[in-house]
Write a protein that binds this ligand. Structure first.
Ligand code: CMC
Length: 389
């Protein structure tokens, strides 16, 4: 009592015990519930991974089918929420729209405040995982001035998302299975990442025992920032600014002189190659086979090549992270940069909810209330305004 350890950014403070995700940053290992990310990305689906994260183990066939059925039939959102989205300005950032609409969901399901009831908790988890693609896609359509497309429950999770994003007048959207698969891989890679800033926000806000929609809204807000989920948007803007391979050395010099950061490089935990970046790099090839190569790939590869050999980056253990190549894929899939963070938030919802569930089930959990080191004045005598002015 009375003793506070100063640890800005919590670099050395474990805020929780968790059995959801394991990371070894030195060795570049990432596992969900003990399963290596490489195997999940290769052979699983996003919804199966979401089940694994939430329930702690892989589903039986019956459990899987029930889970997919439940999520598929909660993809619609209340019409009034549609009106809320329509009230946004034409140029509203889709992350701003997403975070406010997920916050608004809590008012449609007031029973969600009863977080002690496991059945009620489960229903909100299903609803949120189901509705995120709908809200994300509608935020995207809004910016384009296009009508919102209702979910097509005959399609898979990622196919339905593509349909709500891109369907025009055709009666049925027929997504390219290679693109749906690439999106599935990206969703798996983004599903959880232990105590990152947004998960910490979900846990911190969730520790007040608020409903899960409000807790996840805090996570979306944290993810919106450029040092977290916003980095992939920043990477693409940076690549566009650099424009050609020839401009890379001068750009790198600017980074080394402290003018700006090389976005998509560096990680608080990974001090070796981010394993997700390796998988995404491969997914790039699959997507570019369908869409044609993004010319900015050349700029990204040159940046990586120079940075990996440069002492500045080597000494600080700065390697490409998950965001370095994902933006190139998203652009090839015809997403505008403002949508990139939404594409992160949708799959991260299952991770946030797995962590939230762990938090509310943990008997040792207390309300998050960090200490501070006070640096302000003390015991000043207040002088009324009439005497000061
Ligand atoms: N470019 C240039 N220098 C960098 C970079 C970078 N991207 N990242 C870190 N450094 C330098 C930094 O200037 C510092 O140098 P010095 O010791 O001389 O002051 C040193 O490396 C350590 O940096 P730090 O800011 O103390 O490291 P951190 O662990 O607090 O930050 C980070 C991690 C991800 C915020 C940071 O590496 C960064 O800003 N990267 C760029 C943004 C980015 O790509 N973010 C996505 C993160 S991965 C996706 C996610 O989980 O959201």
């Amino acid at each position: 009592p009375g003793l506070a350890v100063y640890d800005p950014g919590f670099t050395n403070t474990a805020s929780t015990r968790s059995a959801v995700t394991y990371i070894d940053g030195e060795k570049g290992i990432l596992e969900y519930r003990g399963y290596p990310i490489e195997q999940l990305a290769e052979s699983s689906t996003y919804l199966e991974v979401a089940y694994l994260l939430i329930h702690g183990e892989l589903p039986t066939k019956e459990q899987h089918d029930q889970w997919v059925h439940d999520i598929t039939f909660h993809t619609f959102v209340h019409e009034n929420l549609k009106s809320q989205l329509q009230g946004f300005r034409y140029d509203a950032h889709p992350m701003g729209m997403l975070l406010s609409s997920v916050g608004a969901l809590s008012t449609f399901y007031p029973e969600a405040r009863n977080i002690k009831d496991p059945q009620i908790r489960h229903e909100q988890i299903v609803r949120m995982i189901a509705k995120m693609p709908t809200l994300g896609a509608w935020s995207f359509r809004h910016a384009q001035g296009k009508p919102y497309i209702y979910p097509d429950n005959d399609l898979s999770y990622t196919e339905n998302f593509l349909s709500m994003l891109f369907r025009m007048s055709e009666p049925k959207y027929d997504p390219d299975p290679r693109l749906a698969k690439a999106l599935e891989v990206l969703f798996i890679l983004h599903a959880d990442h232990e105590q990152n800033a947004s998960t910490n926000a979900v846990r911190s806000v969730g520790s007040s025992q608020v409903d899960p929609y409000s807790a996840v809204t805090a996570g979306i807000a944290a993810l919106y920032g450029p040092l977290h989920g916003g980095a992939n948007e920043a990477v693409l803007k940076m690549l566009k600014r650099i424009k050609t391979k020839e401009n890379v050395p001068a750009f790198i010099e600017g980074v080394k002189n402290g003018e700006e950061r090389l976005m998509g490089f560096g990680h608080r935990v990974y001090k070796n190659y981010d394993p997700r970046a390796t998988i995404i790099k491969k997914a790039c090839d699959d997507v570019f086979e369908v869409t044609g190569v993004n010319p900015l790939l050349e700029v990204a590869q040159e940046l990586e090549k120079i940075a990996l050999e440069d002492e500045y980056f080597v000494k600080r253990k700065l390697y490409p992270n998950v965001d370095f190549y994902s933006g190139l894929i998203y652009e090839a899939l015809q997403f505008p940069p403002e949508m990139f963070t939404v594409l992160f938030a949708i799959p991260r919802t299952s991770g946030w909810l797995a962590q939230w569930l762990e938090l509310v089930d943990d008997p040792e959990q207390k309300i998050a209330r960090p200490k501070q080191i006070y640096t302000g004045d003390r015991k000043l005598d207040f002088v009324p305004a009439s005497e000061r002015w």
